[in-house]
Ligand binder design. Structure first.
Ligand code: TYM
Length: 340
């Protein structure tokens, strides 16, 4: 083998920068895992992977200050339990790198009131609320700063983040055309299967700890018997065909996708293998496969969560690395924008 070949591969790999974020709100659920977190470890070996616990984002809705710190550590432990290795990637808390807030303010000059008003997440989260924070409205600008400060190539996220990613690209493009080429246009990496895991009780809504039903939200920390109970009681139609398409099939379609992911098969394969079978066996198999997938994550989570000193050390190391990258981008943005 040409001795330069290995180093060439390393150089090319080092050029792929991956960034993603997750809010430290409540416990993480199966949707977070299947749509996003599960995909993150693979990027550790493809280039530089940076993962952020977005605590600043989480204060955009009413929250409990006395649990934010705990929730942040819970989330960091969950990411490590899912396979992120602090020796091979960067894990940090957003609030530890003030460049995120500063970058958001700078980029806010380029985002418009009109486009932020069109954000689906804002509309959903603000609907029916007596009081809506300014942070909830400007949330996508902070998210754009998160991504753009790191010369990010790829952003692995669930389907619900598509619109925010498009906005981040638009903002970057606008910055570049006004102040000269600087910000890289990031690409979303959204899984084709499992990009939107639905609530088990209300399968027309996405699974979510804030907007879903408690029984329909499978937490990564749920013990095995709860996993089984929640899946067995998942709402389905009154038919008996294990198929994704058709009237009222949302519940079954959701379980088919979940089983496909958990057993590393395609949704078509799953459908074919349950041809003629009823829902009872199917649901039992889904429960077993999900437990086999998340049981080990839960176990590692409990071990990692017990060592708070280590988690704090990981976050502090991560913040140092993240800041060394973000500060360069912010300094150059300010220079281009004319600050002294
Ligand atoms: P968050 O914290 O709501 O969710 C974290 C990740 O989980 C995905 N996800 C889902 N995927 C499939 N099915 C579901 N039911 C489901 N629910 C959540 C989300 O798409 C996400 O990838 N705004 C982001 C956090 C963020 C961010 C960023 C992401 C802030 N800055 C920069 C990427 C890059 C959010 O609220 O994710």
């Amino acid at each position: 083998m040409d001795p330069t070949e290995g180093s060439m591969v390393r150089i090319l790999a080092a050029m792929t920068r991956v960034f993603s974020g997750i809010q430290p709100t409540g416990q993480k659920h199966l949707g977070n895992y299947i749509g996003a977190i599960r995909h993150w470890p693979a990027y550790q070996d493809l280039g530089e992977a940076i993962y952020c616990v977005v605590d600043l984002h989480s204060i955009s809705v009413p929250y409990d200050a006395s649990t934010l710190r705990e929730n942040t550590l819970d989330t960091a432990a969950t990411l490590m339990a899912a396979g992120l290795d602090p020796g091979r990637c960067t894990i940090f808390a957003q609030s530890s790198v003030p460049e995120h807030s500063e970058g958001a303010w700078l980029l806010g000059a380029l985002a418009t009131f009109g486009e932020l008003s069109r954000m689906t997440q804002f509309k959903e989260k603000s609907e029916g609320q007596a009081s809506v924070s300014v942070d909830l409205f400007t949330y996508p600008v902070l998210q754009a700063a998160d991504i753009l400060l790191y010369d990010t190539d790829k952003v692995p996220v669930g389907d619900d983040q598509r619109q925010h990613l498009e906005l981040a690209r638009d903002i970057a493009q606008r910055f570049n055309s006004r102040y000269g080429e600087l910000l890289k246009l990031p690409e979303a990496a959204i899984p084709g299967t499992g990009g939107r895991v639905m609530d088990l009780q209300e399968p027309t809504r996405k699974m979510s700890t804030t907007g879903g039903t408690p029984q329909g939200t499978l937490l990564l920390t749920d013990p095995a018997d709860v996993v089984t109970r929640k899946i067995r009681s998942a709402v389905t139609d009154s038919g008996r065909e294990v198929r994704r398409r058709g009237e009222g099939k949302e519940g079954i379609a959701n379980l088919i996708e979940i089983l496909a992911i958990a057993t590393d098969r395609t949704a078509e394969d799953v459908e074919a293998s349950y041809d003629g079978a009823g829902y009872g066996q199917f649901k039992a198999d889904v429960a077993e496969a999900v437990e086999a997938m998340i049981g080990p994550v839960r176990q590692r989570y409990l071990e990692l969560r017990a060592d708070e000193g280590h988690l704090l050390q990981v976050l502090s190391m991560g913040a140092e690395r993240a800041q060394s990258l973000a500060s360069r981008t912010v300094a150059e943005m300010k220079r281009r924008m004319g600050f002294v």
